[in-house]
Design a protein around this ligand. Sequence first.
Ligand code: PHE
Ligand code: ZN
Length: 888
Amino acid sequence: MREGTAPLIQRLDYQQPAFWIRKVDLSFDLDPAKTIVTSKMQVERNRAVPHGPLRLHGEELNLLRALINGAGVSFRQEGHELVIDNPPDEDFALEIRNTICPEKNTALSGLYTSGGSFFTQCEAEGFRRITYFLDRPDVMAVYTVTLRADATKYPVLLSNGNLVDSGTLEEPGNKGRHFAVWHDPFPKPSYLFAVVAGDLVAREQRVRTRAGKDHLLQVYVRRGDLEKTEHAMNSLIASIVWDEARFGLPLDLERFMVVGVSDFNMGAMENKGLNIFNTAALLASPATATDADFARIESIVAHEYFHNWTGNRVTCRDWFQLSLKEGLTVFRDQEFSMDMAGSSSARAVCRIQDVRQLRALQFPEDSGAMAHPVRPDSYSEINNFYTATVYEKGSEVVRMYQTLVGRKGFEAGMKLYFERHDGQAVTCDDFAQAIADANPGSALATRLDTFKRWYSQAGTPRVKAHGEHDAATRTYTLRLTQHTPATPGQPTKLPQVIPVVMGLLDRHGAALALNAAGDTETVLVLDQAEQTFVFENIDAEPVPSLLRGFSAPVVLDDGLSDAALLVLMRHDSDAFNRWEAGQRLALNRILAALRAGQPLVLSNAFIEAMRGVLNHPELDAAFKELALTLPGESYIAEQLDVVDPQAIHAAVMAAQRQLASALRDDWTAAFEANQIAGGYTPDPVSSGKRALANLALSMLVLDAQATGDTVWPGKAYQRFKDASNMTDRLGALAALVNAGAELAQPALERFHALFKDDALVIDKWFALQARAPESDGRVFARAKTLTKHADFTLKNPNRARSLLASLCMFNPAAFHRADAAGYVFWAEQVLAVDAINPQLASRIARAMDRWSVLAEPYRSAAREAVARVAAKPDLSTDVREIVERALA
Ligand code: PHE
Ligand code: ZN
């Protein structure tokens, strides 16, 4: 949307609509330049609200006619609304006919073309770019959709639900055209509507679910991509099985379709029965996709499928409730991925990866200009609130329900939620109430109002722990305090409900009994600013293991010494906390060096601990890889009041070089021990081995750069050439590029030549170069040059992100330059993208969220760049909201 001033929409202003639309008959005469849309709606007045005009949303539409009960009606246009002042009191039929221009729709919201086919994207407010409607999620209608199009160019015609009719059009003027009619029996909000038309092919699979019903599953892609859909189909089948087994939620449609599209703003979309995916989140083959891609595809396919219940059957009353469906569905896909991973250690690896993601993306958001609660209070552009807070922190909130009521209790809560709300558009409060009501007397139900502060307060709570052992009474007293920092618009915060899963270890690492029953793990529920917990029969000073499994999305300061952290790292029964202890050790060193302004020197104790992990005979390769990977630069920045991205980068690089050199022989052994014979499978064990081998290789090439050795760069190049899968190939290429090896350039050229026809792989080629560790400005210079590359375009979101987001959001040392060239580049690109695709532009605009914590000279220069963008008069509301919040 593009407008001078966009109104701020407030959560507390919610009112029911003045009218309901119960049924819609939609027909499309599809043509890229001019598509005719006819919508026949059955409308009724909502008697629960005051009498008023009918106001329909519509954007970029060309209205041809409006009829009520078959007769012309007077109307007026008010901004983006079509107002009919005096509609009948009784139920009536409203017919609208309008045209739209899909081929000019570069915003990719509404009906657009991509690769010669038609696709829709309606969440959140795209349906109003197709036709006039009550485009809000609490208006739910039954849709029947007729599609007419050229039969040769668009042989496949899809919409939601079941195919009820199809054939060729005979009338003159319709020569060569065909039609299809789809009916979706489930009432749905307009954001779940979808149409696809094009020259596509499908992988098909018939399945029979537990209830004995037969279903047809289809994955539609462009001709030529069919062999890359096997993994998506397997993931879909696994998702269906899992949701029935874990939550008793069956597939409710005879036909379930998934479609891939190359131009897409997000990962994927859960349209009822017709999920539409960014091809990056759908297509995989061993030769073109990495292990991480395989895992991501599995979780996104699952995510969209799980929305069928959490989002579609029960939907959101208004967009402030977005986390009702997104937080819950992310939680479900994370649980699914853990269950699929299998072993307890593979589960821990999943959990560590999720937490790493939360810390890298959501924590900075929660302490920056865009900080907002999981259930936001206001927005001017809803698309700006599809955030890590709504999704990932929202998922952590759901996880805390489960921690407080237990797994069975949570399942009972979900059951009650569906019993009460199936077919409705509801709120986060309704969800909370259902979980609490199914678990009366639980730690949740007894403090539900306090718990719900997780929905209303922004900011990451800080928890401090201090333990004291009293030898005389043999007691250990643990004092926990909490404090949530101020965020924009929320100067003071109240205490939250923080479940702290914990245990105590003696100094040899043995688990201690926490109570008379002999439990070695318990959940402390912190719900005050300060609380103490006393443990009896503790003989000597224990080592506390707190927040196991990352039981709450908080920053914990447990004040533990390096010695205590080493005990946890070696012996904690909780794998997450073993990993965390190692990260904490590294972080402490890095922060100490940064605060002192001294070069970083790793301690022997740390290096030996890391050697111990790397050579450990029992630990999984995947865990080793995570443990030996240093904390990310954005997470380190989060720990500092004033951020100097160059100093952080220098410290991390120094730590990496020391680890590379001190463990050289161990890396060599690890590289050799983790080679896989035989064919490629993306299972957790093999992918863990590949990850560790790739880390070892990158360390060995890095070390070789320092010593002048040419053997490892040569080996890396050979491995790059001979690799039989993308994980190994990209890993070897990254090792060369990231170390700045001479062989990087020929390898990059070879890679490009090999994959020039595969857009998703070329995206990796751009991203790898834009994310490489900066040294002397070379990475920034290269990224700027790459914007002129023949394969680069701002029109394709994946391609634009592969270069722009990689550089501006994921490569702080290349982006934040003393000469401000990074910020100038950012401003230019944001404005250029904004003219094409506001949603994409506003994502990239967020690179400046945290400008105010930067050290000088970065801070002033960054602010100036943001102000320059904000001064442009015709910004989209998307970008305007981001830059204005940044300057507020
Ligand atoms: N609802 C989608 C999901 O999370 C994300 C999405 C939002 C896609 C808006 C497109 C537009 O699964
Ligand atoms: Zn979702």
